[in-house]
Design a protein around this ligand. Structure first.
Ligand code: K1U
Ligand code: ZN
Length: 172
């Protein structure tokens, strides 16, 4: 397993629309393993493949609290089948927009279908942080990041903050 670099805004790769995978293969599982290690190292609670530059519909997630048993979830080709009318607001973060947290409103519950690590189809309702996180990660697959829901002023400010921080870290 390898920790891969996470792309940050305004990298144009993050705007790419990812493609479905044909089957969950050993290659997909190797990608999922690298993604999970990268997510834990960051640290984060979710990661979409495009965040490490791979334009495939693959997501990993672990919403376990610190000190609890890991609760790893792997998603290939996730699709939302139904969306609740009620909305909920959560202060979201993103590993591609480090140190920026803003409130985003999304449907409170979604019915999701996906292929798991073994290629088995799972269909379930998601709510709470699971619902927020899967919607956030599925946005990445469409080239959307959470700051796209904010005002232009807040979005530009967030991008400038990331660019400034990267410049300080790399000297470039
Ligand atoms: O970049 C990402 O897509 C991952 C992102 C997931 C997410 C967080 C909050 C709301 C929606 C989606 C993160 O993991 S940001 C980091 C974070 O939330 C966190 C990090 C360490 C401990 C607990 C949370
Ligand atoms: Zn994100």
């Amino acid at each position: 397993m390898t920790i891969r670099p996470i792309l940050t805004v305004p990298d144009p790769v993050l705007k790419q629309v990812s493609k479905p995978i044909e089957n969950v293969t050993d290659e997909t599982r190797a990608l999922m393993d690298d993604m999970l290690e990268t997510m834990y190292a960051a640290p984060g609670i979710g990661l979409a493949a495009i965040q490490i530059g791979v334009p495939l519909n693959v997501i990993v997630m672990d919403l376990a609290r610190e000190g609890d048993q890991p609760n790893v979830k792997y998603f290939a080709n996730p699709e939302i089948l139904e969306t609740a009318e009620d909305l909920s607001t959560y202060e979201e973060g993103c590993l591609s927009i480090p140190d920026v947290f803003e409130s985003v409103e999304r449907p409170e519950k979604v019915k999701l279908t996906y292929l798991d690590y073994d290629g088995k189809r799972v269909t379930e309702w998601c709510e709470g942080l699971y619902s927020t996180c899967i919607q956030h990660e599925m946005d990445h697959l469409k080239g959307v990041v959470f700051i796209d829901y904010l005002s232009r002023l807040k979005r530009d400010r967030a991008v400038k903050k990331v660019q400034k921080s990267n410049k300080l870290k790399t000297g470039i």
